[in-house]
Design a protein around this ligand. Structure first.
Ligand code: NAP
Length: 249
């Protein structure tokens, strides 16, 4: 049986762990060649690549800090060198630092905006060049925080609010070039990042179990299939959408 993404090439930013790693694995399982980007976890990225290759898929790991324009350009140059073109971009690389208003600083603001917003714009700009005339699919990993606006998340929620806005804007701007732009807005998902931040075990987990209609926090395999859907022709008439994959939260 032909796989849904056979013959396609995908870049997944921040794919050495967490949601990005799961998306990279699922895109590869659907037949895509995958560029697994990482910033600091070379070992994690190489493990994702090895797992994909062991299952008969194709992937390469490429370093790049997505908040730096030169690194972003390098990632897409390496993509062209390895696979010749591009069809799918998953803008997943992102950081979340919660803090009450009193602790909001320039550093807290710029570190999150430079990656979550500027990095996403720079990566999309480079990807569009590689999509060429055939078009492509851009999938932005936003967050449910844009709807629930939890306390202490002013800067992080603002970055993801910007991601939702950019998703709508670029869908309009790039639609005529056959490029679809959609977002996935996950609820709280158990990942290395949420574990280190104490979110997937603490009060927030309890609140979600009590509040979300599906009564549990998410796992990375709750999110990755939606990325495959948005990458594939199954969603070919869908653009500018924000899909909340959050247990109904
Ligand atoms: P995670 O476990 O902390 O993993 C983050 C990934 O991003 C890692 O692969 C990391 O690479 C990479 N990364 C960090 N800084 C980077 C940079 N400057 N350049 C390139 N890559 C970088 O995170 P996660 O929980 O999977 O979250 C992934 C995305 O989902 C983020 O955009 C986050 O905002 C969003 N999200 C997460 C949740 C959740 O509950 N987990 C909910 C909603 C939205 P290295 O390890 O190599 O540094």
């Amino acid at each position: 049986m032909t796989k849904k993404l056979e013959g396609k090439t995908a870049v997944v930013t921040g794919a050495s762990k967490g949601i990005g790693a799961a998306i990279a694995r699922d895109l590869a399982a659907a037949g895509a060649r995958v560029v697994v980007n990482y910033a600091s976890s070379k070992e994690g990225a190489e493990k994702v690549v090895a797992d994909i290759v062991a299952k008969g898929g194709k992937a390469v790991a490429v370093h790049g800090d997505m908040s730096k324009a030169a690194d972003v350009a390098h990632l897409f140059a390496e993509t062209k060198k390895s696979y010749g073109g591009l069809d799918i971009l998953v803008n997943n690389a992102g950081i979340y630092k919660f803090a009450p208003l009193e602790e909001v600083t320039e550093e807290l603001f710029h570190s999150q905006f430079n990656l979550n917003v500027l990095g996403l714009l720079m990566a999309t700009k480079e990807a569009v060049k590689l999509f060429g005339d055939k078009g492509g699919s851009v999938i932005n990993i936003s967050s449910t925080v844009t709807r629930i606006t939890p306390p202490h998340s002013s800067v992080y929620s603002a970055t993801k609010g910007a991601v939702d806005a950019i998703t709508g804007v670029l869908a309009k701007e790039l639609g005529p070039r056959k490029i679809r732009v959609n977002a996935i807005n996950p609820g709280l998902i158990a990942t290395e990042g949420t574990h280190v931040g104490g979110m997937s075990e603490g009060d927030m987990k309890g609140w979600i179990e009590a509040t979300a209609p599906l009564g549990r926090i998410g796992q990375v395999d709750d999110i990755a299939p939606t990325a495959v859907y948005l990458a594939s022709d199954d969603s070919k008439y869908m653009t500018g959408q924000t899909l909340f994959v959050s247990g109904g939260l």
